[in-house]
Design a binder for this molecule. Structure first.
Ligand code: SAM
Length: 250
């Protein structure tokens, strides 16, 4: 693939996934789109500017962030209407997954614009696949609500959800989250995926209380994805786990 001569479709919003740590994780197609588009819309133009500099790409950058996203989304749609190509990137990972990209995509779809994904790194997929926890049924939650009441209600509601759960959490709230998991999911297997694709990447596995102890002792820093395994059949001692060989007695 010659990334210098890739033809893009006019009037398309390209959702370009960018590395979550390791710059070598950028895809050939992501580079081709970034090189050949008319504009790059970025959450943080300074941060994206560094990424582009690393790959020797110079392109007009438009910022969209919390306080200008509605206006900026309208401007981006006008550019698309005139046949321009726009690559949307976020600070890291796949645009639209727990970040501001989703609002822009929503506006573009509502305006009837063409949207094309350029897949690549995504923190929750990287964490999930290496966690060793079941991947046949997965529920991705992004960030939990911050308000204590809403947060508790949300966590309690997750008990009823079968399959593996995946959460994002800010580093300064990790201790609080582990304490909450001790109360709501005391017996589940949990994996903390820390600093994915970076120098200090690690996977910490245990019950919520084991991990809380570890996190307290080591004062863990960095970015985290939290993967929570499904309810285990053996976690209710004395209760039938639904096997085929008995009539419901433990
Ligand atoms: N759109 C991004 C994606 O595709 O994963 C996620 C954006 S969200 C604003 C940022 C959160 O993703 C962080 O708080 C953390 O939970 C998770 N995250 C991003 N990069 C990570 C990394 N290298 N290691 C672990 N978690 C990461």
């Amino acid at each position: 693939m010659d990334s210098n001569r890739t033809q893009l479709t006019p009037g398309t919003l390209y959702l370009v996934a960018t590395p979550i740590g390791n710059l070598q994780d950028i895809t050939l197609r992501a580079l081709a789109v970034l090189k050949n588009c008319d504009f790059i819309a970025a959450e943080d133009t300074r941060r994206t500017g560094l990424l582009l500099k690393h790959f020797g790409i110079t392109k007009p950058l438009l910022s969209y962030y919390k306080f200008n996203e509605a206006r900026r989304a309208r401007e981006l749609i006008e550019l698309l209407r005139t046949g321009k190509t726009v690559a949307l990137v976020t600070d890291a990972g796949t645009p639209g997954i727990s970040d501001r990209g989703q609002r822009v995509v929503e506006a573009a779809v509502a305006a009837g614009m063409r949207v094309e994904p350029v897949p690549g790194p995504c923190a929750f997929i990287a964490a999930l696949t290496a966690s060793g926890l079941p991947t046949d049924e997965v529920h991705f939650l992004g960030f939990l609500p911050r308000k204590p009441g809403q947060r508790r209600v949300k966590l309690e509601s997750l008990r009823a959800i079968p399959g593996t759960l995946v959460l994002y959490e800010a580093p300064h709230r990790l201790d609080k989250l582990l304490t909450e998991l001790c109360e709501v999911f005391p017996n589940r297997r949990v994996v903390l995926a820390r600093e994915l694709t970076k120098k200090f990447e690690e996977f910490l596995r245990g019950t919520p209380s084991e991990l809380r102890e570890l996190a307290g002792a080591r004062r863990l820093k960095g970015e985290f994805v939290i993967v929570i395994g499904p309810e285990r059949a053996d976690s209710n001692a004395g209760q039938c786990a639904g096997c085929a060989g008995c009539a419901g007695e433990a």
